[in-house]
Write a protein that binds this ligand. Structure first.
Ligand code: URA
Length: 437
């Protein structure tokens, strides 16, 4: 077999056999097929898509390129909630309390932030003393005792994705739906969960800029889940503005805690309630999404959710009292109010620019090796659909005297105001699944 013949077949839109895929990916991983041939193959996929069978084989080969983990000895129903990445997405923090309150386990690998999007691992590290499990045994112990175990991604999980992703990045093939779907699903399938909930962000601050491509991605990931007999639910959710008000690390921890106390922003609360209700539907504990949401509201109002979050923080080495005393979190030294330059209804808040403003203040990384300042960020005071008078506060820059001008420059490019009344954005746009939800 020769790589060039396989590339030619894909170029001519002829379905590849499992043997051909296995050869190409195996030889590429072993560095006997060079980057230029793999680039050419990826471009052929970009133009010609993959058949269902090809996608299954490709995802399986990716998944099996490294460790496949089925945590032994976990006595809970496991849900893996994954987001395709957004601005202000602190969902996993809130879920650490809520899933546990319903005896739903989380045993997952999470990432760090890069560019305008933040990462769950960074956010939890805002908590002094917080450490993640380093071994599988430690993670299993944590899941069994407090319901939630989160570990950083290791290079041993789907190494082929890392290699192919770097190539996609420099060959204009990142946005291929089958390549995105197999990249995400191979990582989800490599770490076992009973149900997978995929939060596919849609909008200016997300990978998927419009609902049509997001829907196609969602359906492709569900098809892959089907091929592996896994329950998959995808939520298409709004990222045409940041999620909630807080964008940063400390401030996002606070917002997630406030949400578990029943004082969260409307959009974030709706998203969290929907995800947990969906998990309860997958688990079979409720019959409808509405029933699930009512249960979630009860867990929040009774204080159960916040107690479980405290358990998790304590088990990870942090001080659980921080849920009632935010001075225990890193604190920025200065604040600047960013004000509206005219009156009107806010029709757009470019999420990506808010993410970049927070990043330059220090809340995120421009490059992999940057060090995060957990105390800084952007706190929005208004959202799409709100009316503002000229001079009203739109956002607060929480800073430590670093790059404030640059952050303001990003904010200057962020807001669009309309003279016509604007409706609030819906946060849940669509739900798709392979289990009839
Ligand atoms: N997230 C992934 O893990 N892979 C992609 O290709 C895109 C987003």
């Amino acid at each position: 077999m020769r790589a060039v013949d396989i590339i030619q077949k894909k170029r001519d839109n002829i379905e590849l056999s499992s043997e051909e895929m296995t050869f190409l990916l195996g030889e590429y991983l072993a560095e006997r097929v060079p980057d230029y041939q793999m680039s050419s193959f990826l471009m052929a996929v970009y133009f010609n898509d993959m058949t269902k069978e090809e996608l299954k084989t490709f995802t399986e080969l990716m998944m099996n390129s490294g460790e496949v983990i089925k945590f032994q000895g976990i006595n809970k129903f496991l849900i893996d909630k994954h987001s395709t990445g957004g601005v202000g997405d602190k969902t996993t923090i809130a879920l650490a309390g809520l899933f546990a309150a319903f005896d739903i386990g989380t045993a997952k690998l999470s990432g760090r932030g890069l560019g305008h999007t933040g990462g769950t691992i960074d956010k939890f590290e805002a908590i002094d003393g917080f450490v993640f499990p380093e071994t599988r045994d430690e993670l299993v112990k944590m899941v069994n005792s407090v319901g939630t175990g989160i570990m950083g991604y290791s290079d041993t999980i789907v190494p082929l994705d890392k290699k192919i992703y770097s190539l996609r990045d420099v060959t204009a093939t990142v946005s291929s739906i089958p390549l995105i779907a197999s990249s995400i699903m191979s990582k989800k399938l490599a770490v076992y969960a009973d149900g997978i909930i995929l939060d596919v962000k849609v909008g200016s601050g997300a990978f998927m800029k419009n609902i049509e491509t997001a829907r196609e991605l969602a359906k492709t990931m569900i098809d892959i889940g089907d091929s592996f007999n896994r329950k998959v639910v995808t939520l298409l959710t709004d990222m045409d503005q940041p999620l909630g008000f807080a964008v940063g690390n400390s401030n996002e921890i606070i917002e997630a805690i406030e949400t578990l106390k029943g004082h969260g922003p409307e959009d974030f609360t709706e998203l969290v309630e929907t995800i947990v209700a969906t998990a309860l539907e997958i688990k079979g504990d409720v019959k409808t999404l509405q029933e699930g949401k009512e249960q979630v509201a009860k867990a929040i109002n009774s204080g159960k959710a916040i107690e479980f979050l405290k358990n998790f923080i304590k088990a990870a080495g942090g001080n659980p009292n921080l849920v009632d005393d935010y001075s225990l979190l890193p604190k920025h030294s200065g604040e600047i109010v960013y004000r509206a330059k005219e009156s009107g209804w806010i029709s757009k808040i470019e999420a990506e620019n808010i993410g970049k403003a927070a990043m330059v203040l220090g809340a995120g990384r421009a490059t992999k090796d940057d060090i995060i300042d957990h105390s800084v960020g952007i706190l929005l005071t208004k959202k799409v659909g709100d009316f503002v008078e000229e001079g009203d506060s739109l956002a607060i820059l929480q800073h430590n005297n670093k790059n404030v001008e640059s952050a303001i420059n990003f904010l200057d490019k962020t807001y669009t105001l309309s003279q016509e009344k604007v409706l609030k954005n819906k946060v849940i746009l669509e739900i798709h699944s392979n289990i009839g939800l």
